[in-house]
Design a protein around this ligand. Structure first.
Ligand code: MG
Ligand code: MG
Length: 258
């Protein structure tokens, strides 16, 4: 499990602040014509400038190929783990960016989705619903609650608005490892699953699709898309459970996901 000491929490706050700063920089750089690889270079430079190291670069997950980049950039029907490159963002796209940074061995992990210029009403609604799903999940993350309370709240919010939640990829404990126990699914039953305790650190990360929840992995070994080609959005924050609820470690204001 992923309960942290006071010193470990402080390092995670530092990692979280780096991630929050890099997210803010990326948001102001995202516009039509920007190449996803440019965003990646900007993020890596900024992470290192802030005294941290990218968490994802070289990460070897379940796949055989280590992840080659600092950030994941997933456009439109891409859900997560998109590899930045020559693709130029276009007006009307929606783009999900996932950022991870490590400070003295402890990770922060956070993602956001935004529109590139003006987008459709459908896309804007999806983004709003996914941001809200993260907030309702975080609101359940209190000492004495269970993982299933987070999962069920995210699922109810998403499905209540007509979206599906991705099943195959889930949130997670986080700390010295980018992915620790327990898993934090975006679907589940209230009152079930591991008990949440003070000083536990979690990455909560709803992924919502306009269509079905089924996913496909591209043959680059990483990029995951919706099976039906529908739009997808992703928000994530790293949080610590405190006596008085969740502290958001990857937000500049410390209180909410954005
Ligand atoms: Mg992430
Ligand atoms: Mg994560």
């Amino acid at each position: 499990m992923t309960v942290k000491s006071a010193r470990e929490l402080d390092l995670m706050r530092r990692a979280g602040r780096v991630v929050a700063q890099v997210k803010a920089d990326l948001k102001s750089a995202i516009r039509p014509g920007v190449r996803t690889g440019d965003l990646d270079r900007m993020a890596e430079e900024r992470i290192r400038q802030l005294g941290a190291t990218p968490s994802f670069k070289g990460y070897a997950g379940a796949g055989a190929t280590p992840f080659p980049s600092t950030i994941c950039v997933s456009v439109n029907e891409e859900i997560v783990h998109g590899i930045p490159g020559d693709r130029a963002l276009e007006e009307g796209d929606i783009v999900s960016v996932d950022v991870g940074a490590v400070v003295e061995g402890f990770h922060g992990d956070s993602a956001f989705t935004m529109s590139v210029g003006e987008t459709s009403e459908e896309a804007a609604r999806l983004i709003k619903a996914t941001r809200e799903a993260l907030a309702v999940g975080i609101a359940q993350a209190t000492a004495g609650a269970r993982i299933g309370d987070i999962s069920a709240a995210v699922q109810a919010h998403a499905e209540g608005l007509g979206y599906s939640v991705v099943r195959q990829y889930v949130g997670h404990g986080i700390g010295r490892d980018l992915h620790e126990d327990p898993q934090v699914p975006n679907y589940g039953v209230p009152g079930r699953g591991p008990l949440l305790r003070e000083s536990m650190t979690l990455a909560i990360e709803p992924m919502l699709n306009v269509g079905g929840w089924e996913t496909v992995q591209m043959d680059d070994g990483w990029t995951v898309t919706t099976a039906d080609g529908s739009l997808s959005a992703h928000f994530e924050d790293t949080i610590a459970i405190t006596k008085s609820g969740a502290e958001v470690l990857t937000a500049l204001n410390g209180v909410r996901g954005d």
